[in-house]
Design a binder for this molecule. Structure first.
Ligand SMILES: CC(C)(COP(=O)(O)OP(=O)(O)OC[C@H]1O[C@@H](n2cnc3c(N)ncnc32)[C@H](O)[C@@H]1OP(=O)(O)O)[C@@H](O)C(=O)NCCC(=O)NCCS
Length: 176
């Protein structure tokens, strides 16, 4: 895996986390248990801090960055879809970020909320727990309860990525 210290800022990565060798982790970053980080993800804690909670997944091409002196906090069992850009302050437990979503500096995602594919979350948007926000700029779409079919699907993704933190180290082989 490509992990860089930056001066005295040294990433703290749980042993059970899986960071793909083509992902990049820099500086003031904390990554929890069974977190999966896919190829081409960039988690860059150079001027601000980034924390990622247990059993979350960061999919291909996701960019996570933080402003000077700020923390980008990502809770437990958060699903972050391909190519999302995360500059938010806070993403609560069990939230989901759709593919290509853009979370602007200072935005906050409530526990269990879903930011839809390709949404743009403005910092002034107040997200509430277990609701979906979609569009550009993102607006409330509908509620997102525990038994919602889309939530059941996303919970399946989260479980599957947790499983992959165990299987990838055993079965992934570079062939070139
Ligand atoms: C938001 C989401 C859950 C909606 O799913 P759904 O309830 O099945 O919604 P539907 O497809 O029936 O659409 C309902 C309405 O929302 C709109 N809508 C759905 N997704 C939207 C999106 N990403 N942006 C804007 N509007 C959207 C639809 O156009 C539709 O509008 P209408 O009622 O005016 O026709 C789904 O589109 C989504 O973004 N899922 C995220 C998946 C994810 O996290 N992926 C990561 C994969 S690893």
């Amino acid at each position: 895996m490509v992990v860089y210290a930056l001066g005295d800022k040294v990433p703290e990565i749980a042993d059970s986390a899986y960071i793909h060798p083509l992902a990049c982790v820099i500086g003031d970053v904390k990554i929890g248990e069974n977190v999966f980080v896919a190829p081409q993800a960039s988690i860059r804690g150079d001027i601000g801090r980034i924390e990622i909670g247990d059993e979350s997944n960061i999919q291909d091409g996701v960019v996570i960055h933080s402003d000077p002196g700020f923390v980008t906090f990502i809770g437990r069992r958060v699903n972050i879809g391909h190519n999302a850009s995360i500059h938010s302050e806070y993403i609560g437990n069990n939230a989901a970020i759709g593919m290509g979503a853009v979370l602007m500096v200072g935005s906050r995602v409530a526990e269990g909320a879903l930011i839809a594919n390709a949404a743009l979350l403005h910092p002034k948007t107040v997200t509430e727990p277990y609701k979906i926000y979609a569009g550009v700029p993102a607006k409330y779409l509908r509620d997102f309860p525990e038994d919602d079919p889309a939530r059941v699907t996303i919970t399946g993704y989260v479980d599957s990525y947790v499983e992959r933190t165990r299987t990838y180290p055993r079965v992934l082989r570079r062939l070139d």
